[in-house]
Ligand binder design. Structure first.
Ligand SMILES: Cc1cc2nc3c(=O)[nH]c(=O)nc-3n(C[C@H](O)[C@H](O)[C@H](O)COP(=O)(O)O)c2cc1C
Length: 377
């Protein structure tokens, strides 16, 4: 069984590295040619999937100023263009259940799934996607209330995709009737990812997810506890425990030699924009109300460490070190795959990963090129 590797897709100029200097070296995110080159490079080297995240509001003005999360291309639209220039690689698009209606997504997803030949999956996010600054949005519910809506959302989509009609009376949706196709999708519904780790998030994952994505920084024991809990919920719900795969998230900075990688990593570290890191932490940890609170509790080195990778695991190094980092996530953390984000996402960086790291993983029996099996999740 090969480890599944995917690209945490750069649908924004900067991806997990909080640095204007790094962002400035990236391709133009609003130029479709950048995306064609990235997606085709990923397929060529043998990544299994592209994972396209989403947000509706930015972390804050500093991060927006250099392109982290803003502008951010809407995943299903980006995916529609990428399926036309790829043949096998799979695409996971993030879906915020607070901002869509399930019938909209039944049709968006049915179309993507059909046109891609069943290569489409979705990452269901119940949150508002950092859009707390937007008032008057479609859904203003409590944390757990949003998960209730997400649950009904999946039920409606599953009914529509399996039967072509919906007969649903819930707290959030009352929908009855047949809808037009394309309604046939990977049965009974497309591949579903979730990434919430709260009590309600684990419950949702246990009932519905085919795969959970974990932040790469989660400590090993905590990860195992969370995964065991999700699998226990799955079993109680009548699903096989191994129905749920685990993907970790890592930020990879690779160079041809360990010495060059050290230099590259040090350059990234010095380029981190500390006030923007504070803004990021403030946004993701809403309980910390001022930037000063964060500054006083974290030292500069910790701030830089966070700025280099956000929530991802840092895997910086030469080819064997990067292969070791991935092998560790598989062998010690027990994950089934890794979603990789690249600070600089020029296609050459993807090709370098394919040329230097994948052969090592193959030699160690951890990975095989999807052309020898099938592209999977
Ligand atoms: C690997 C990974 C990817 C995620 N992608 C997104 C995303 O694209 N958009 C988003 O708003 N939240 C994203 N999240 C956040 C979660 O899906 C979820 O909304 C958050 O963890 C809050 O849920 P919780 O309270 O159940 O933990 C991601 C989390 C992880 C670990």
């Amino acid at each position: 069984m090969s480890v599944r590797l995917g690209l945490f897709y750069p649908n924004a100029r900067a991806i997990h590295t909080i640095s204007g200097q790094v962002a400035a070296r990236n391709p133009d995110v609003l130029d479709i040619k950048s995306h064609v080159a990235v997606a085709q490079a990923c397929e060529r080297i043998g990544l299994d999937y592209l994972f396209v995240a989403d947000a509706w509001g930015a972390y804050g003005p500093l991060m927006s100023s250099f392109g982290l999360q803003d502008p951010m291309l809407l995943p299903p639209i980006l995916a529609a263009s990428l399926i036309a220039v790829t043949e096998k690689i799979r695409l996971i698009t993030t879906l915020h259940t607070s901002w869509f209606d399930p019938l909209q997504y039944v049709r968006i997803g049915g179309t993507l799934d059909q046109l891609s030949g069943g290569r489409w999956g979705m990452n269901m996010v119940s949150g508002a996607g950092f859009a707390t600054s937007i008032t008057g949005g479609p859904v203003d519910l409590s944390h757990d209330g949003r998960y209730d809506r997400a649950r009904e959302f999946v039920e409606v989509m599953t009914q529509a995709w399996s039967t072509g009609k919906v007969d649903f009376d819930g707290e959030h949706f009352r929908i009855h009737g047949a809808i037009v196709g394309p309604g046939t999708v990977q049965q009974p519904r497309p591949f579903l990812v979730s990434a919430g780790a709260s009590d309600a998030g684990r419950d949702f994952a246990g009932h519905y997810a085919d795969c959970i994505f974990m932040p790469g920084r989660t400590p090993k024991e905590e990860l195992k506890t969370r995964v065991a809990d999700i699998r226990r919920i799955a079993t109680a719900a009548g699903r096989p425990a191994d129905a749920i795969k685990v993907q970790m998230h890592a930020s990879v900075a690779l160079r041809d030699t360990a010495a060059e990688a050290k230099e590259y990593s040090e350059w990234i570290a010095q380029s981190i924009d500390l006030p923007a890191v504070a803004e990021y932490l403030n946004a993701v940890r809403a309980n910390i109300s001022t930037y000063d609170d964060i500054y006083s509790s974290l030292g500069e080195l910790q701030m830089r460490a966070i700025g280099m990778v956000s929530g991802a695991r840092k895997i910086h190094g030469g080819p064997s070190e990067v292969a070791d980092g991935i092998a560790q996530l598989v062998n010690e953390f027990g994950c089934d795959g890794v979603a990789i984000s690249l600070p600089i996402w020029q296609p050459e960086e993807i090709e370098r990963f394919g040329r230097k790291v994948l052969p090592i993983l193959e030699e160690r029996g951890l990975w095989s090129h999807p052309k020898t099996r099938d592209f999977g999740w």
